[in-house]
Structures are given as structure tokens and as C-alpha cells.
Design a protein around this ligand. Structure first.
Ligand code: SAM
Length: 284
């Protein structure tokens, strides 16, 4: 194992999001070697520990007791004993407990080190086929439809891929709300990743709404919802580039008018300049 556990540390350890085999050798070794595992739900994590022969004692660490655990965990680190933090699934702190603990320990100068592994966000993006050069993660969407629509509206101008966690109770309504507020964007619904009923649905929102209406099994399980960012170039290009250009050409020379339209629409200046020359020629 690369890390020696002599200098005490809080290890933040990722665990599987479905398939129990999706855990690194270093994660298993770390969970065996630390003196204590702080787990979101000790009963839930018992299954993983039994499967891998991990006999380390566990304490619970969840949103209701996280702050009170800080002193207890700091005392172990002071005694040069390392601890691991795990959540029910995936990477701790990612829509899971641990943020307050990690921040408090770091502020107090303790060592915190990651043992990386699965997270539903990255797992979903890796198979979605949506642009990943830039994306934003927004966690869980609001439970109430009116607040959810408001959230979608706030994000309507985002150009990057948007990633959300969504529950089985709300996925169908959430897709409908997205359709009503964002229009018929391309979206991907990643369900039950790495599990028996893994399904990746990849279609315009209107089709996804229809699929979930027809087949109620598609609303069961755990979901990552990914929605394409707005295509400003296509929108702006179709709306008003030529009209804007014509108006500007009444006042400005073609190169200046083209520069403004290019900045406004995102279409290349060369392309706009050619249109400007054609317009000038046809008006002669
Ligand atoms: N910490 C976790 C991670 O790193 O992905 C996320 C925890 S959050 C409380 C749980 C949510 O993650 C689920 O409601 C679902 O939206 C998403 N999720 C977790 N596992 C998933 C899976 N196997 N397939 C699809 N979504 C999953």
C-alpha cells in the first residue's frame, strides 16, 4: 500500500454505487488498517465490510451528529490513530455527509487524504455522450414542482451540460418540468448505474417524458439526469443575425458591422463578413 498510516490521517474513501466489486484495492486496505470507520449508516456499510473481511469498528456519522463527531475524531488523530470516512454509496461529501467534518479538521490542521473511486456524477457522464469539456453539477433538484421549475428557469442560459441527482418519486415530473421550462433539449437519464437494471436513456426531453409515461419500470431506482446546455450559437443564428447585420450595414462599414454581429451571435466573423459583402452587392 502506497500510504503509510504512521502519520495519522482522515481518509475519505469512495465505495461502490451499486456493483460491490467497484472498489479499489487501496480502499479495502485502508478500511482494514484504520482504527475506526465513520460511516453514514453503519448497518448499510456492514454488508460491504463483511464481503471484504473488514473487521474495523464503525461509528455513525450523518447529518444529525456530524458536528458532535468532530472532537471525537480529532482526539483519535491526536493519538496518532487514522480514521476512514465512508458514505452509503460513492464518494463521501458528494451530496452526502462529511463536509462539516472535513472542513473542521482541515481548519485545525489535521491531514485529510482521498482514496478515490466511484461517484454517480462521473459514472453517468462517462456514458452519456454529452459534452464533458464543461459541465455543472447541481445536486438534488427541489422536491416541489414550482421550485423545480424556478431552478430550471434560473439555469436556462447555461451552455454547459447540467447534471442533477433525482429520485424515483420525481424523475417523471422532473423531466416534464424541464421540457416546459427549457424546451425540447437533448437529455440523458442514467438509471441504476452498475446494477442489474442499468438503463441509459438518451433522447430529446419530449421522448423521455413519453418513455417514462409508457413504462413505469423506467421510474424505478436511482437516477442521474443530464441535460444539454443551451445552444446559443444555433439560437442566435436562427433568430436575428441577418436582420441585425442589415440594420448595422446602414450605419457602418462591413468589417465593423460583421465584428458586432459575430460577437453577438458567436458565428465566425469571416462567415458574417461574407454575408455582409453579399448583402452590399445585392443592394447595388
Ligand atoms: N455520494 C454519492 C456519489 O458519489 O455519487 C451520491 C449520494 S446521493 C445521496 C445519492 C444519489 O446519487 C441518488 O439518489 C442518485 O441520484 C445518485 N446515484 C447514486 N447511485 C446511483 C446509481 N447506481 N445509478 C444512478 N444514480 C445513482
Amino acid at each position: 500500500m502506497k500510504n503509510d498510516l504512521n502519520s495519522a490521517c482522515l481518509y475519505v474513501v469512495a465505495t461502490p454505487i451499486g456493483n460491490i466489486e467497484d472498489i479499489s484495492a487501496r480502499a479495502i486496505e485502508t478500511l482494514k488498517q484504520v482504527v475506526l470507520i465513520a460511516a453514514e449508516d453503519t448497518r448499510h456499510s456492514q454488508r460491504l465490510c463483511q464481503h471484504y473481511g473488514i473487521n474495523t469498528p464503525m461509528i455513525s456519522l450523518h447529518e444529525h451528529n456530524e458536528e458532535s463527531r468532530v472532537a471525537q475524531i480529532a482526539a483519535k488523530l491526536d493519538a496518532n490513530e487514522s480514521i476512514a470516512l465512508i458514505s452509503d454509496a460513492g464518494t463521501p461529501l458528494i451530496s452526502d455527509p462529511g463536509f462539516k467534518l472535513v472542513r473542521a479538521l482541515r481548519e485545525q490542521g489535521y491531514k485529510v487524504s482521498p482514496v478515490p473511486g466511484p461517484s454517480a456524477i462521473i459514472t453517468a457522464l462517462s456514458v452519456a455522450g454529452l459534452p464533458t469539456d464543461s459541465f455543472s453539477f447541481f445536486g438534488f433538484l427541489p422536491a416541489k414542482s414550482s421550485s423545480r421549475k424556478q431552478r430550471y428557469l434560473e439555469l436556462g442560459n447555461r451552455t454547459e451540460t447540467m447534471v442533477f441527482y433525482e429520485s424515483s418519486h420525481r424523475i417523471a415530473a422532473s423531466l416534464q418540468d424541464a421540457l416546459e421550462t427549457l424546451g425540447n433539449r437533448h437529455a440523458v437519464v442514467a438509471r441504476e448505474l452498475t446494477k442489474t437494471f442499468e438503463t441509459i436513456l438518451d433522447a430529446p426531453l419530449i421522448e423521455l417524458v413519453d418513455i417514462l409515461e409508457q413504462d413505469h419500470n423506467q421510474s424505478k431506482g436511482e437516477f442521474v439526469l443530464m441535460i444539454s446546455g443551451v445552444d446559443k450559437k444555433a439560437n442566435n443564428a436562427s433568430i436575428d443575425s441577418e436582420r441585425l447585420l442589415k440594420e448595422l450595414l446602414k450605419e457602418l462599414p462591413p468589417n465593423k458591422a460583421s465584428k458586432i454581429v459575430s460577437n453577438f451571435t458567436g458565428i465566425s466573423k469571416k462567415e458574417i463578413y461574407q454575408i455582409a459583402l453579399d448583402l452590399k452587392e445585392s443592394s447595388l
